[in-house]
Design a binder for this molecule. Structure first.
Ligand code: NAD
Length: 429
């Protein structure tokens, strides 16, 4: 342990990140910025080629930040044997949900499989992907322990640390200010991870077990899903009563305790909120315990998209079929449209024979059911005037909303961008 700690202290440890997506790339850059040598691995060779050319693969990462990394240390899986050179290995691969709502652990399993033969004593292996409680022990520990050279907790360390980054979020605090929750297979695993992550993050919180850390991450996103579901349901009720949900939230927010505001919207998206709560439902189901809150909030958050679409269709007549959707990302200031409600709105309206264009400054093109669509490059006043209606589906900050307000005929505002505007052409939904 002393040798490993000395290497960390002297910044001689090499850190390998497996999976360079929204989580992995941000983590790689943050660790690189703390003067560790970082190795990035991804199975997507096109992504690796782009990174080697210093081309950011996600909109929240700048060329300038990326330029500080050593390009020769980005590898596709053909070079996964290089993992042997790494002292710290962090797995950040996807953990989606299957059609039958079971966690899909295949990416985690495959990543472990690909590195297994190149592991050696003296390494710290951290799972950072979001997983169901028990997964680190079942998948990572149970596989690694088959390697007789590796004495877990003695010369090899297995840990789980949930990722809390929120890509695109305009933090008043830095990434390194987010408290890092850590957990390990044994006390030594926790000690060594705490030592390593203290060089990256300002505050470390040691969870009581691997399972506790795994569940905590799911609970955090479940909390968001349930509260967003609640506020979306309140939006529908307010609408029926002729009240404005944002007005209610603003008023309730004056209470200095016991109330935390959540924003209503057209639904939830991304790789976390729609998925992570289902990991809890799945384990709860295995134990024959109910998880009604999760089911109800999921239903509300799915149905709200339909409610928005119905409201749009009801308001428009047959001759008002040309629509522009502003924002396809699932949330503001990101290029991520996985599970985005905008896609659902787009598809539903297309099915109803509306002519739909979209504008998203972060998503120049997107694929829906094997068809590629392109964003408008800009929205001039003339262009805006050519549409019968505009739908604000994502509230990116770099959009000229004043121009939208001035030049549009009808605006369906699903994000509260015009919450303080009393203009009959603005439909709050
Ligand atoms: N995106 C978020 O905001 C966020 C926040 C917190 C936690 N998480 C969790 O972090 C994990 C990663 O999420 P993400 O959004 O970064 O996913 P992502 O899809 O953006 O990136 C994952 C990357 O892993 C690569 N990959 C897949 N299998 C691989 C393998 N076997 N070996 C090497 N590379 C492989 C993919 O090519 C991709 O580049 C998930 O478990 C997610 O739930 C995500």
């Amino acid at each position: 342990m002393k040798k490993i700690k000395d290497k960390i202290r002297n910044k001689q440890s090499k850190v390998g990140i497996i999976g360079l997506g929204y989580v992995g790339l941000e983590l790689l850059l943050s660790i690189n910025e703390k003067k560790f040598t970082t190795f990035g691995f991804d199975k997507d060779k096109f992504k690796i080629e782009k990174l080697k050319k210093n081309l950011p693969t996600i909109s929240t990462i700048t060329k300038q930040r990326l330029s500080k990394t050593k390009k020769k240390f980005f590898y596709n899986l053909k070079y996964v044997s290089k993992i042997n050179l790494c002292d710290v290995i962090i797995i950040c691969v996807p953990t989606p949900i299957k059609k039958n709502l079971e966690p899909d652990m295949s990416y985690v399993k495959n990543s472990i499989k690909s590195i297994y033969n190149y592991l050696r004593p003296g390494q710290i292996l951290i799972l950072e992907s979001t997983v169901y409680p028990g997964a680190t022990r079942e998948i990572v520990f149970n596989t690694i322990r088959k390697n007789k050279k590796l004495k877990i907790g003695k010369n090899f360390f297995i840990c789980f640390s949930p990722e809390r980054v929120s890509p695109g979020k305009d933090y008043s605090i830095n990434y390194s200010d987010i408290t890092k929750v850590i957990s390990g297979y044994s006390k030594n695993c926790v000690k060594i991870l705490s030592f390593f992550y203290s060089t990256i993050f300002k505050k470390i919180y040691v969870a009581s077990s691997l399972e506790s850390a795994e569940f905590t991450k799911l609970f955090e996103n479940c909390y968001r899903s349930v509260n967003i579901g609640l506020v979306n349901q309140m939006k529908i009720i307010c609408d029926k009563l002729g009240l404005k949900i944002f007005d209610i939230i603003q008023t309730a927010s004056t209470k200095p305790f016991g109330f935390r505001p959540f924003a209503p919207g057209p639904g939830v998206g991304g790789h976390c909120i729609p998925i992570d709560p289902l990991f809890i439902s799945w384990v709860a189901g295995q134990k024959k315990v109910s998880s009604d809150f999760i089911r109800i909030s999921r239903d509300v958050n799915l149905n709200i998209t339909k409610w928005v679409v119905d409201k749009i269709i009801k308001k428009l007549n047959k001759n008002q079929s040309k629509i522009l959707i502003v924002g396809m990302a699932y949330k503001r200031d990101v290029d991520d449209y996985r599970e985005s409600p905008s896609i659902e709105i787009f598809s539903k309206l297309k099915r109803k024979k509306f002519s739909i264009d979209y504008f998203d400054p972060y998503i120049s093109k997107l694929n829906i059911k094997n068809k590629t669509y392109h964003s408008l490059t800009k929205i001039s006043s003339i262009k805006l005037k050519s549409y019968n209606a505009i739908i604000i589906a994502t509230d990116h900050r770099n959009i000229n909303y004043k121009s939208i307000l001035k030049n549009s005929k009808i605006i369906f505002d699903t994000r509260g961008v015009f919450q303080n505007i009393n203009d009959p052409k603005v439909v709050h939904c």
